[in-house]
Design a protein around this ligand. Structure first.
Ligand code: ATP
Length: 393
């Protein structure tokens, strides 16, 4: 097992396109690091550079503290698991798992049997060893692919969207299995996904990439509660954070649906930028009739017309349109490079306690905790109040 370090790494393709742009990342021995970001952000390219399947244009790759830029993929001793599993259809499960051991020519039949049996035990594949991949479910195939990685006793696992071919339920199960297995084996793992839920639930730490640039590397909790910028704030969380135009004058913040005061330390961070983007997560709203205001640091209550409600059993989603001038919208869109028209909607999505009786077509009173609001500079996208953010318990 080994740590993996990338230092100021670039990948420039022949056409001059920078798919990875000055990325530095330290992945500790035994750590599970997730690389996440939208399609095309460079996460697979970064993983493939670690694996040795793609040249590194500039920068250093260290595996176990040793420079590995020039090492051939087979000499890096990393085990890669792909989304299509790459199993041999004509070989049994046993032979698929044994394959890398046979290929190395270093092991006797007896040793191979012991290693395959151990891996099959760990992965609960013992009853399927004689089957062919076509006789297995998607999840079982995935486990065979992992078995092949385990028997090699590799320095690290590299996963490239390994669950993307599975249905939602199986994906959830496999996520838990991978997490359990990785912790038990303690193998350094780099795991690529575009799915933020997968990233948040699996990772010790999560690296968020956008257009080849690393945005933030943090624990899921830090990412969620203290995003560094508008992009991370909008990418992590489902339903996503609400973004609302905000004007500031002294300590008074004016949102399209309410004005309220912030403490001086918040006002100091906002300075004299008159137009900002305020961000608040759906679950930070409450039905004012149910909320215990004493539990909120800075409760703000406002009246809202509820357009649509969706009762999900464990929570109630309410959609609340709000008015703003088209001038503000246009200015924000021009300023905010990060915001597409989709995230600059003129409605709030709020997630209320399932006990709420608020229903569609109603004027309701909602409360939010202003202490949980984030403020972003629309020009740079930076989270101006990150230092003051309340970290989730
Ligand atoms: P996805 O989730 O869609 O696989 P990704 O984040 O893994 O996306 P990469 O596959 O790393 O993205 O690709 C990063 C960028 O590099 C993309 O914009 C892609 O079009 C570009 N790219 C990939 N291969 C080449 C190539 N051979 N030449 C030029 N550009 C390339």
């Amino acid at each position: 097992m080994a740590s993996i370090t990338v230092k100021n790494v670039f990948k420039e393709y022949g056409d001059g396109f920078k798919a990875v742009n000055d990325v530095s990342l330290d992945i500790g021995d035994g750590e599970l690091m997730i690389l996440v970001g939208p399609s095309g952000c460079g996460k697979s390219t970064l993983l493939r550079m670690i694996a040795g399947l793609e040249d590194i244009t500039a920068g250093d790759l260290l595996i176990g503290g040793e420079r590995a830029n020039e090492k051939a993929p087979r000499d890096r001793n990393l085990a890669m698991v792909f989304k299509n599993y790459a199993l041999y259809p004509h070989l049994s499960v046993y032979e698929n798992i044994a394959f890398p051991l046979r290929l190395s020519g270093k092991f006797s039949d007896e040793e191979i049997r012991t290693k395959v049996d151990d891996a099959a035990d760990t992965l609960e594949l013992k009853d399927h060893l004689e089957r062919k991949p076509s006789q297995l479910s998607g999840g079982q195939r995935q486990r065979v692919a992992m078995g092949r990685a385990i028997v090699r006793e590799a320095e690290a696992f590299l996963f490239d969207e390994p669950l993307s071919n599975l249905d939602a339920k199986l994906r959830g199960q496999m996520r838990t299995e991978i997490s359990r297995l990785q912790r038990r084996l303690g193998i350094t793992t780099v795991y690529v996904t575009h799915d933020q839920t997968e990233a948040m639930t699996l990772g010790d730490r999560v690296a968020v990439l956008r257009k080849g640039v690393l945005q933030q590397v943090d624990t899921p909790r830090e990412l969620y509660t203290r995003p560094v910028n508008l992009f991370v704030a909008g990418f992590i969380g489902s339903p996503p954070m609400n973004f609302v135009p905000a004007t500031v004058e002294g300590r008074t913040i004016t949102l399209p649906f309410v004005s309220y005061e912030v403490p001086q330390e918040v006002a100091d961070k906002l300075g004299d930028k008159e137009l900002l983007i305020a961000g608040i997560r759906p679950e930070n709203f409450e039905d004012a009739a149910l909320v215990d205001q004493s539990k909120l640091t800075n409760p703000v209550t406002f009246s809202a017309h509820v357009d649509v409600t969706e009762w999900l059993g464990n929570e109630l989603f309410a959609y609340v349109p709000f008015e703003t001038t088209s001038e503000i919208h246009d200015r924000l869109r021009t300023l905010a490079r990060e915001l597409d028209s989709e995230s600059l909607r003129t409605q709030l999505v709020v997630a209320l306690d399932a006990g709420s009786r608020i229903s569609h077509g109603e004027d309701a009173k909602l409360t939010f905790d202003a202490a949980r609001m984030h403020f972003f500079d629309p020009a740079s996208g930076d989270n101006l109040t990150r230092d003051l953010a309340v970290v989730a318990h």
